[in-house]
Each structure stands twice: as C-alpha cells, then as structure tokens.
Design a protein. Structure first.
Length: 343
C-alpha cells in the first residue's frame, strides 16, 4: 500500500492531537485488559511495545490468560474492562449475560490446515475430499487431525470444512483435541497427520518438517472466518468514552503496522508470544503469512460471525443463541475511521 507512511502519520495525529485528546502528562486512564498470548491479538503487543499507550494517556493493566474459557470466567466474576480474545469466547460471554461489546476486528481467516508426512503427499495428488478418502483406504486408518478443544475457532473451522465444504462429515477423520503447545509437538513428532491451527505454528512446523505444508486456508475452510476481536464492557464505554476512543485509534494504527511493517512489529509480538521459544525471523514470517489477515473493521467479520454462530449452535458447541446485533457495537470504529478519513 503506497499510502503507508501518510496513513501511519495520520493515525498518530489522530491519537495524540487531531481529536483533542490529552497526553499522558495531562491525564491518564487505567484500563484492565485481558489478553491471550497469540498472534491474532498482535495489535495489543504493538501498541504496548511501541510505547503508544503511554503517549496517549492510557495505562493498560495487562492480565494474561491461557484460554478463552478462562477469560470468560474472569468476565463473569466482574473482572476486566477490555478484552483481546477470540470471537468464540466473546459470543459465549454475551450468551451468559456478560454485558460486553465487540468493537473491532483484529484478524480474519487466520486458520490453516497443515498436513505432514504421507497425508501431505495425498493432498499433492488429489483434491481434499479425495485425499482423505484415499489415505484412509490405502493406510487402513483415518487421518489424525489435531486442533484446539471443541468450540474453539480452529476446531469450528475444521468441522465446518469437513461437513459443509467437503461433505465428508466428521467420521472421515479422527479429530484430536489438545492445547497449542501439544499441537506443535504432536505434528513434529509425527503423532498426528495434520492440524487445523493458526500462526506461528503453521510457519514453525513447515520450517522444522520438510514434508509439512499448508493444504487449506481459512478462506476455503470457512469463508469470512472471524478470529480475534477487541471487546469492552458496556460500562467502560459509557464511563470512559475518550479513553476508549484513544484505544480504538491505537488499534487502527497497530493494524496498519502489522499489515505494512511486519518487520517492525515482530520484536514486540515476540516479546508477548514466546521470546525464549520462537525466533524473531519465524515471528516475522508468521506475521507475513497468507494466514495473517490483520483487519480492524468489525463490519468485515459480521457475516462470518453469523455463519460460525449458526454452525456452532447446530453442532452443540454453543449452548444457546447469541443476539449478534447486541454483541457488536461498530459506532466507535465508525467514528474514529471517519475522523481519520477527513485528515
């Protein structure tokens, strides 16, 4: 995008001056922010790493969570003002009566199916449905596909792909649910044949296993698939409108950097997602991956969210319907984006 430098400059102006917001020296607002240490919420890592939050007069008290359900529990107990987590946990929290609003997207279509070993070879020769059938017939077993537990975004994308896109059904494969660290270990150890998973695991596995390759992307598996989001309690939106306006502007600015300058963003992201375990080059490659579609526009994920919601409801991984109109509040994004467009 040729407009990278002007847009980043305009975003900085929007945050620190054009909308008349105070600098940190004049006023500081504290927000309790829950997050998961995953690439789909990299906007948070960028704004913190670059020092933008302090410049904008925001003091973010960060709490790290290992899973979406753990964050939902914290929300239910009254903790947290702002959340960076998956659209799935956001729907569950809203369905359970927690008054939160999804304000912006963070990423879209970030899941991929990485296959290794003999299964990857079948995908080289046949389309996906035929590859699974041929593997089962000739290897005398179903392909083992690892992913996160049922109800998670990677699991939902895999199930949607098997049922709705390929028409082979869940019985065509053996789905093995496990945590992120175990998914990567299982792939590299050859304990599973594939995984429906996100970055940086997609990149890491391909770097360490010459037979591994991504054989399907989220656009093929669940078109428009929503990923992580920026959400907040309704109370915080009412009580701290200017602080939330600043945070939204920073979110837009961070998204722009992730898209246009992944090399600059990579050190900040690595600091949060595994400084001792993941090389900087791997993080940069993961940020530039075809599965890293960083977006801010909440309108872009609404239809995908509805598709995912209806599928999860039918599958039983979502126990009760969610009022999606009540879940989304796009006004803050619309206002900040419109203000930026006039600069």
């Amino acid at each position: 995008m040729s407009r990278r430098i002007p847009l980043l400059a305009l975003l900085a102006t929007l945050v620190l001056g054009a909308v008349g917001l105070a600098k940190a020296s004049d006023h500081s607002t504290t927000l309790e922010v829950g997050y998961m240490p995953i690439l789909p919420v990299a906007q948070l890592f960028v704004m913190e790493g670059e020092g933008w939050t302090e410049e904008a007069g925001l003091e973010l008290e960060l709490t790290r969570f290992s899973s979406g359900p753990a964050m939902v529990q914290a929300l239910a107990s009254g903790e947290l003002d702002v959340m960076y987590f998956g659209i799935g946990p956001a729907m569950v929290a809203r369905a359970n009566g927690v008054p939160i609003k999804v304000l912006a997207a963070s990423i879209q279509e970030q899941i991929g199916l990485v296959a290794r070993g003999e299964l990857a070879g079948y995908f080289d020769q046949y389309d996906a449905a035929e590859a699974i059938t041929r593997f089962t017939e000739e290897q005398n077993r179903q392909p083992k596909i690892a992913t996160f537990p049922q109800g998670s975004v990677p699991d939902t994308v895999l199930r949607y792909w098997l049922i709705e896109q390929l028409g082979v059904g869940l019985e065509a494969v053996e789905i093995v649910a496990m945590g992120a660290d175990r998914v990567q270990q299982a792939l590299l150890a050859g304990a599973v044949d594939a995984a429906s998973i996100l970055e940086p695991i997609l990149t890491t596995v391909q770097e360490r296993d010459d037979s591994a390759r991504v054989v399907a992307r989220a656009g093929e598996m669940l078109p428009g698939q929503p990923g992580a989001v920026l959400a907040a309690r309704e109370r915080v939106l009412e009580e701290e409108p200017e602080a939330m306006r600043r945070l939204m502007a920073l979110h837009l600015r961070a998204t722009e950097m992730l898209v246009e300058e992944p090399g600059r963003a990579a050190p900040h992201v690595r600091e949060f997602v595994g400084r001792r375990l993941i090389g900087l080059e791997t993080v940069e490659a993961a940020l530039s991956s075809p599965s890293s579609h960083y977006v801010s526009d909440p309108h872009a994920i609404r239809e995908g969210t509805r598709r995912m919601h209806d599928f999860q409801l039918a599958q039983g991984s979502l126990r009760q319907p969610v009022d999606l109109e009540a879940l989304f509040d796009t006004r803050l994004y619309d206002e900040v984006s419109a203000e930026l467009a006039t600069q």
